[in-house]
Design a protein around this ligand. Structure first.
Ligand code: UDP
Length: 254
């Protein structure tokens, strides 16, 4: 049996060579890391849930015309994606103060922001993904002004759509991180949504109780991470539960 070529291994995912040129297989691991790898654990089944949640969200985003790298889910842990050149900038969108923004600016966690705020971080583990400005991004050639415009416009559309989607299932989308890639087609290049969107990369709070349904449960040693991720999947209507047929859609919370 021939082994697949591993193209890249990150903290929570592995990328393998895909079945056709221009494709890759994105494999979701059970590893959880925080504080730039200083905290590490394996959480049984996390990769399976993130694969499904990310598949669901990317599909819904595709449906409203957001270009993404996602092609289709292959199995429990893997999805087929288009090969893109990742822009080395993490785009964070915030609706409510939390995490590093609260620490940096001294704003209490949970304070609604006057408007959605976009931040950029330079993707570098050695440097701890530092916050950077558009000036840094263009001066150092990480992305062009046009690409920054495209990423910001897409990020705001994604934020509006996901905020509404999560609100419908009783979840507040506090903030999230996304990544973009350059997709080359013939002589054309366009910016598409890449990587993943899952409770690993979002802050999701229950509307009524403010319960955290995201990776902060791991970062802050709160326990119950799998129950929280399962709850998100269940509310999205994608958990294979006996009482709800698979893919029967979001559960509206009244
Ligand atoms: N985030 C992420 N990967 C990172 C850093 C942040 O997915 O390497 C997400 C995080 O889950 C949160 C948002 O981006 O939803 C904002 O994170 P923040 O800057 O507050 O950083 P943190 O407090 O997680 O260090």
């Amino acid at each position: 049996m021939s082994r697949r070529r591993r193209v890249y291994e990150g903290k929570a995912k592995i990328l393998y060579e895909g079945p056709e040129p221009g494709t890759l297989v994105q494999h979701f691991k059970d590893d959880a890391t925080a504080f730039n790898n200083k905290k590490h654990d394996t959480i049984d089944g996390k990769g399976v849930l993130n694969n499904r949640i990310s598949e669901y969200l990317f599909t819904r985003l595709n449906d409203i015309g957001i270009p993404t790298h996602f092609v289709r889910r292959l199995n429990m842990r893997e999805q087929l994606i288009r090969e893109v050149e990742i822009v080395p900038v993490e785009v964070v969108v915030r609706n409510v103060a939390a995490g590093s923004l609260s620490t940096r600016l001294g704003i209490d966690e949970g304070t609604p922001l006057p408007r959605s705020i976009i931040e950029f971080c330079y993707k570098s583990d050695e440097l701890n993904d530092p916050l950077v400005s558009e000036e840094h991004i263009t001066a150092f050639g990480w992305a062009t002004p046009q690409e920054i415009d495209d990423m910001m416009a897409l990020a705001l559309r994604i934020n509006d759509f996901l905020t509404g989607l999560f609100l419908g299932i009783g979840i507040r989308l506090v903030d999230f991180k996304i990544e973009f890639g350059r997709l080359y087609e013939n002589d054309m290049m366009r910016i598409v949504l890449a990587d993943e969107i899952s409770p690993d990369s979002c802050r999701l709070w229950d509307i009524k109780t403010d319960d955290k349904l995201d990776k902060d449960r791991f970062r802050r040693d709160m326990g119950g991470l799998m129950d929280a991720y399962r709850e998100v999947a269940r509310r999205l209507g994608i958990l294979m539960e006996n009482d709800r047929p698979e893919g029967s859609g979001p559960v509206l919370v009244k």
